[in-house]
Design a protein around this ligand. Structure first.
Ligand SMILES: Nc1ncnc2c1ncn2[C@@H]1O[C@H](C[S@+](CC[C@H]([NH3+])C(=O)[O-])CC(=O)[O-])[C@@H](O)[C@H]1O
Ligand SMILES: O=C(O)C(=O)Cc1ccccc1
Length: 242
């Protein structure tokens, strides 16, 4: 059912920028599980947070939903009536697989998966918004506007779950955490070549923020409570409550 990620296993002569194309969408569950430390714990916790924060008659947005792992975790745990989940991703190969995956599980809670840019969609009546490793792929200059749109669309006490790869201002710490992440990937079966080719492919498309900068931005937008709830190496997830 899941295809193994070998996309960077052979030497690639002209290494282009990483994109969420057909080949990435096909191997994505294996790729993300072997690449992001704590990924499955974060998916589980998104379900737990949905159970607590999602209110009756409200919406849940999963922005950059890929194949729908966070959407499904949230949907499994929501107990409230009249909730609608909206997943958004601008990669059609992801969206097609996401729709199939979601249709395979029965639930009373409706889910719409939109193939759109998350910078273009209206957000209203949200009790929960999920950005699980998506904001890091937006151009840095577009991030604050999206977070503000989310803030405006959240109901009082609504929650944003924001998971990201982070950079650290102290060089010895940054180097150490990047190195530990690469060791984690090696332990999950990626070769030195796979790690280094993917790192190069991601260089231009994934520009990381600092934890402090992210927290400050969320506070400045008006969020009442902001906290990291998970960190492993240079990956982490925070909650921001309106
Ligand atoms: N501007 C954009 N508009 C819409 N989608 C976008 C945009 N930019 C990137 N994406 C989409 O954001 C997703 C990021 S992956 C999220 C994992 C998922 N949340 C998970 O919980 O499994 C994270 C990763 O690969 O590290 C991809 O599917 C992109 O197509
Ligand atoms: O693989 C990496 O090095 C990452 O930083 C995480 C990741 C996971 C899936 C797609 C793109 C980046």
């Amino acid at each position: 059912m899941t295809t193994k990620d070998t996309l960077f296993a052979a030497p690639i002569e002209k290494l282009g920028d990483f994109t969420f194309d057909e080949s990435v969408a096909e191997v994505f569950p294996d790729m993300i599980q072997r690449s992001i430390p704590g990924y499955s714990n974060i998916i589980t916790a998104i379900g737990m947070l949905a159970e607590r924060f999602v209110t009756p008659n409200s919406r849940v947005y999963d922005l950059g939903c890929s194949r729908g792992a966070a959407t499904l975790s949230a949907r499994r745990h929501i107990q409230q009536p009249n909730v609608h989940i909206i997943g958004v991703d601008n990669s059609l190969p992801m969206v097609e697989r996401c729709r199939q995956h979601i249709a395979a599980y029965h639930s009373e809670i409706p889910v719409d998966i939109l193939c759109e840019d998350i910078r273009q969609i209206p957000i209203h009546n949200a009790s929960m918004v999920i950005l699980n490793f998506t904001l890091q792929f937006l151009p840095p200059e577009d991030r604050t506007a999206l977070l503000n749109n989310i803030y405006q669309g959240l109901n009082p006490n609504g929650v944003l779950v924001l998971s990201e790869k982070y950079r650290f201002d102290e060089k010895p710490i940054n180097d150490l955490l990047i190195d530990l992440h690469h060791q984690f990937k090696r332990a999950n079966g990626y070769s030195e070549l796979e790690v280094s080719q993917k790192r190069t492919a991601l260089e231009n498309v994934m520009r990381t923020d600092s934890i402090e900068g992210q927290k400050e931005r969320l506070k400045n937008l008006g969020f009442s409570h902001v906290s990291m709830w998970f960190q492993c190496f240079n990956f982490g997830s925070m909650i921001a409550i309106k």
